[in-house]
Design a protein. Structure first.
Length: 110
C-alpha cells in the first residue's frame, strides 16, 4: 500500500526511468537514492508501489519540488529553479539539399 495515488506513482516511476537513463545504471540510481537495487528495479517495473520516501528522494535527485513531481509537471532538461526549457526548434541547421555522394567514406566539409 502507498500513500500516493496510482497516478502520482506513475509520475514518480516516469521520473525514476528518466533519472536511470541519466545516471546510467539501476545500481548507480539505487546508490544515489539510497535504496537497494532490487527495490528500485521493482518500482520501475511496477511490482512494488512507490513509497512517499521514494518520491521525496526522487524529487531531491531531480532537483524539482515534490508537488511538481507527483503532479506530473517534472520536465527533464528544464531548469530546476525557473523551469526554463531550451527550445531549439527555431535554430538553423546545416542540412544539405542534395544527397551525399557515397564515396570512400568520411570527408571534411568546409
Amino acid at each position: 500500500m502507498s500513500d500516493l495515488t496510482l497516478t502520482e506513482q506513475k509520475h514518480v516511476r516516469t521520473a525514476v526511468r528518466v533519472l536511470r537513463r541519466k545516471v546510467g545504471t539501476r545500481t548507480a540510481l539505487a546508490e544515489a537514492l539510497h535504496f537497494g537495487v532490487t527495490y528500485v528495479k521493482r518500482v520501475i517495473d511496477g511490482t512494488n508501489a512507490v513509497s512517499a520516501s521514494m518520491a521525496l528522494r526522487v524529487a531531491r535527485l531531480a532537483e524539482v519540488p515534490i508537488d511538481d513531481l507527483i503532479a506530473g509537471r517534472y520536465v527533464p532538461g528544464a531548469c530546476p529553479r525557473c523551469g526554463y526549457l531550451p527550445d531549439f526548434a527555431d535554430e538553423s541547421t546545416n542540412v544539405e539539399a542534395t544527397p551525399r555522394h557515397r564515396g570512400s567514406g568520411l570527408a571534411l566539409v568546409p
